[in-house]
Design a protein around this ligand. Structure first.
Ligand code: PLP
Length: 390
C-alpha cells in the first residue's frame, strides 16, 4: 500500500487522538524500523519503551509463535502453565507475593488502586481511601488513572473525575506530609517520572517515603510501567534505593511488544483480592505471557543489566558533548535530554533524517532497546548531532 493511501485510511477511520509523525512503519528488525518505501530508521524510542529487545527479536518471535500455535487464549476459568511460570519468575525476582495479569499500564494501576482501597476498607472500614500521588506524574488514561495523574492538563473535559487523590511535590517530604491525613490509604509514585519529563526521584526521598508509609500503615504503590524490566538499570526502579514497595505495577517493556500490564503485591496484601473482586478477559493470555517470559529470562541477568548501565552512561557522556544539549537526566537506558531549541522540532527533524526519537514535556527522550549495541548508539547520536549542530 502506498504512503498517501496509508495516511488517508488512518485519517479517515481512526480517532484523531494522536498527533503522528509523517512516517508509516511497516516492518522492523532489531533497532531498525522500515517504512513503506523501505527507508530505514534507527529507533531509540522502542515504541515508548515497549520493544525491550527491539523489533522482532528472534527468540521472542519464536516464543510467541510457538505458543500461538499451541493454544492462543483460554479464559480465566482455567489454569494456564505459562501464566503460572511467568508469575513465579516475577515473584522470585522481586520478593513480592502475588501477581494480577491485565493488559496495559493503566489497567495495572487500576488494580493497584483497587487493592489499596480494599486493604484499607477491610481493615479500617469506610472513609480511609485517599491516595497521594505526585505532581508531574503519569498513571494512565482511564478515568481513575487520569485522576491519579498529578497534572492539571489531564483533568479536563471528562468530568466527573474519580475522587480521592491528593497531589504532592516530587522529592519533597514536607509536601508529602502536608497531603497525608488519617484518610490516606496509599502513596503512589514512579521512581523516574517518564511522561512528566524524566524526573528522577532521590533514593533518600524514596527511603523516607517508605518510612512514613510504614509508620502509618499506608501502602506504597510504585508505578513501574515505564521504569520496569531493566529500563533504569535494575530489574525495577525501586531497587536502586533498596526499598520494598507494597504494590508494584509493570507493563510497557514487559511484553516486548505485546500488551500486558501486571499488578504485583507483597505478602501483607496477598489475600486482599478474592474471587470476583477483579478480573479481565484477556489477562494472562498465554501468547503474551510466553513473550514476557522470554523477555524476563533475557534481561534479568547481571551481565545484561550491567551493560544497560554502561550504555546509559556512555550515551549521557556523548550527549553532553553535543552543542545545544543543556543537561541529561539518565538512569540506565531511560534518558531525558534538556535542549536549548524546541524538542518537538528536533524530534521531527531527526525523524526526517532517519532517527526515531520522542519527547517528554520540553525534553527529548530516549528509551532505546535494552540490547542496543555501541555502534548503533554511535549511529543514532551522530544523526542527532547533525540535526542539532546543523
Ligand atoms: C505509559 C504509562 C502508563 C499507562 O500505560 P498504558 O499501557 O498506556 O495504559 C502508566 N504509568 C506510567 C508510568 C507510564 O509510563
Amino acid at each position: 500500500m502506498e504512503n498517501e493511501k496509508i495516511k488517508k485510511l488512518d485519517n479517515e477511520n481512526i480517532m484523531h487522538t494522536y498527533a503522528r509523525y509523517d512516517v508509516c512503519l511497516t516492518h522492523g528488525s532489531g533497532v531498525y524500523a522500515y517504512d513503506d518505501r523501505d527507508k530505514k530508521y534507527i529507533d531509540v524510542s522502542s515504541g515508548i519503551g515497549v520493544n525491550s529487545l527491539g523489533y522482532c527479536n528472534p527468540g521472542w518471535v519464536k516464543a510467541v509463535t510457538e505458543q500461538a500455535s499451541k493454544i492462543q487464549h483460554i479464559s480465566n476459568y482455567y489454569y494456564s502453565p505459562v501464566a503460572g511460570e511467568l508469575a513465579e519468575k516475577l515473584t522470585k525476582a522481586t520478593g513480592l507475593s502475588k501477581v494480577f495479569f491485565g493488559n496495559s499500564g493503566a489497567e495495572a494501576n487500576e488494580c493497584a488502586i483497587k487493592v489499596a482501597r480494599k486493604y484499607s476498607f477491610d481493615k479500617y472500614g469506610t472513609g480511609r481511601n485517599r491516595i497521594v500521588t505526585l505532581e508531574n506524574s503519569f498513571h494512565g488514561r482511564t478515568i481513575a488513572t487520569l485522576s491519579a495523574t498529578g497534572q492539571d492538563v489531564f483533568h479536563n473535559y471528562f468530568f466527573p473525575f474519580v475522587e480521592g487523590f491528593d497531589y504532592a511535590k516530587a522529592n519533597d517530604i514536607e509536601s508529602l506530609l502536608s497531603k497525608i491525613t488519617d484518610k490516606t490509604c496509599a502513596v503512589m509514585l514512579e521512581t523516574v517520572q517518564g511522561e512528566g519529563g524524566v524526573n528522577i526521584l532521590d533514593s533518600d526521598y524514596l527511603k523516607e517515603v517508605r518510612k512514613i508509609c510504614d509508620e502509618r500503615d499506608i501502602l506504597l504503590i510504585v508505578d513501574e510501567v515505564q521504569t520496569g524490566v531493566c529500563r533504569t538499570g535494575k530489574l525495577y526502579g525501586y531497587m536502586h534505593s533498596g526499598i520494598t514497595p507494597d504494590i508494584v505495577t509493570s507493563a510497557k517493556g514487559l511484553g516486548g511488544g505485546l500488551p500486558i500490564g501486571i499488578c504485583m503485591v507483597g505478602e501483607k496484601l496477598s489475600e486482599v483480592m478474592g474471587p470476583s473482586s477483579h478480573g479481565t478477559t484477556f489477562g494472562s493470555n498465554p501468547v503474551v505471557c510466553a513473550g514476557a517470559k522470554y523477555i524476563l529470562d533475557t534481561v534479568n541477568n547481571p551481565e545484561f543489566i550491567d551493560e544497560v548501565n554502561k550504555k546509559g552512561k556512555y550515551i549521557k557522556e556523548k550527549l553532553l558533548k553535543i552543542k545545544g544539549v543543556k543537561a541529561v537526566r539518565q538512569q540506565g537506558l531511560m534518558i531525558g535530554i534538556e535542549v536549548e531549541e524546541n524538542a518537538g522540532d528536533i524530534a521531527k527533524k531527526c525523524t526526517e533524517k532517519g532517527l526515531l526519537i520522542i519527547t517528554a514535556k520540553t525534553l527529548l527522550r530516549m528509551l532505546p532497546p535494552l540490547n542496543i549495541t555501541y555502534d548503533e548508539i554511535d549511529e543514532a547520536l551522530s544523526i542527532l548531532k547533525k540535526v542539532m549542530e546543523g
